[in-house]
Write a protein that binds this ligand. Structure first.
Ligand code: SIN
Length: 285
C-alpha cells in the first residue's frame, strides 16, 4: 500500500491496495492511520460491491443509518446519492457542510463510491478544518477555545427548509421534521484523539450561533470562520471516475458536492460510519 499526498494541507491517494479482496489486520490498521493523518483518502478503480463497501466501512467504525436519507429497505445504511440527467434541482450536499452536525451524535466519517459519473463536473470539494484552525490568528483561537456552537438541521426542518423546487432527492430524503430545528450544542474546537491535532467544527449549512450569543451577534464571527475554513489553501477538489472510492473524516473536514453537470446522470453510494462520538474529541484546546 502506497500513500501519495494530494495537497500540502491534507488528503492522500492510496495505491497498491485492492479494497474488494478482503482487508487483513495490517492493512486495516494502515488505513485507519492514513485516515487519521490525511483526513481524506482516495482509491481509484476499486468498483466495490455494496458488501465490499460495507466491509471497508467496518474498518473505520459501525455503519450508520442516516435518519434523513435512509437507503432502500435491504440496505438502510446506504444512501443513494443520485441526480438524473433531466433534473434541475439542487444536489444532495451542495454546500459546505459536515454531515449531520445537528445530531447529538453526528457520523464520524463516510465511504463514498462513484457508480455513474458525468463526463465532466460533479466533483466533490473537501476542506481541512485542521488547516483552518492552524492558520487562525491567536486572539481568535483564544476566543474560540472552550466555546460551543449551536447546530440545526436547516434543510430537514420547518423553520429554514428550502423551497420544494430547490430540494435535492425529493422522495428519498425526510423533510419537515420539527426536531431538526432544535439546537444541538457541540464544541467549536475538536482535538483528534489519535494525532492530537485541533480542528474547527462549525459549518455554514448547520451552525447557526455561538453559545451565549444571539444569531445576530454570532453572524460576523461565524461568517469569518466559514470563509476562512473553506479557503483554497485548506481545500482539495476531487475529480471522480467510475469505481473510485473516497473515505473522509467528518469531524475534521467539510465537503461540498458541485452541481455543474446538468444533462448528465450522477450516482454515488454512500455509507457513513460511527465510532464513539464527539466525547473523545473534546481534549483541551
Ligand atoms: C455528500 O455526501 O454530501 C455528497 C457528496 C457527493 O455527492 O459528492
Amino acid at each position: 500500500m502506497k500513500t501519495h499526498p494530494i495537497t500540502g494541507a491534507f488528503g492522500a491517494e492510496i495505491t497498491d491496495v485492492d479494497l474488494g479482496a478482503g482487508l487483513d489486520q495490517t492493512c486495516a490498521d494502515a488505513l485507519r492511520l492514513a485516515l487519521s493523518e490525511h483526513l481524506v483518502l482516495v482509491f481509484r478503480d476499486q468498483f466495490l460491491s455494496p458488501e465490499d463497501q460495507r466491509a471497508l466501512v467496518r474498518v473505520f467504525g459501525e455503519p450508520f443509518v442516516n435518519p434523513y436519507g435512509p437507503g432502500p429497505v435491504e440496505h438502510p445504511d446506504m444512501t443513494l446519492v443520485i441526480k438524473e440527467a433531466h433534473e434541475r434541482t439542487g444536489v444532495f450536499g451542495g454546500g459546505w457542510h459536515t454531515d449531520l452536525s445537528f445530531l447529538d451524535h453526528p457520523p464520524r466519517g463516510s465511504v463514498l463510491c462513484g457508480v455513474d459519473i458525468p463526463p465532466y463536473g460533479g466533483d466533490t470539494m473537501f476542506a481541512s478544518q485542521q488547516a483552518a484552525w492552524d492558520t487562525l490568528a491567536p486572539p481568535m483561537k483564544e476566543f474560540l477555545n472552550g466555546r460551543r456552537a449551536a447546530h440545526v438541521g436547516k434543510p430537514y426542518g420547518i423553520r429554514w427548509a428550502p423551497p420544494v423546487e430547490e430540494q435535492a432527492m425529493k422522495g428519498s430524503t425526510k423533510r419537515g421534521d420539527p426536531d431538526a430545528d432544535r439546537e444541538r450544542m457541540h464544541p467549536i474546537v475538536l482535538t483528534h484523539p489519535v494525532t492530537g491535532r485541533k480542528g474547527l467544527y462549525v459549518n455554514p449549512t448547520y451552525t447557526c450561533r455561538i453559545d451565549g450569543l444571539s444569531e445576530d451577534e454570532s453572524r460576523p464571527i461565524l461568517e469569518r470562520l466559514f470563509a476562512h475554513s473553506t479557503l483554497p489553501e485548506h481545500s482539495l477538489r476531487l475529480r471522480w471516475t467510475r469505481g473510485m472510492v473516497a473515505v473522509w473524516d467528518n469531524y475534521e473536514t467539510q465537503h461540498y458536492a458541485l452541481n455543474d453537470y446538468h444533462g448528465f446522470r450522477r450516482e454515488m453510494r454512500r455509507i457513513a460510519f460511527q465510532t464513539d462520538g464527539l466525547e473523545a474529541w473534546t481534549g483541551s484546546a
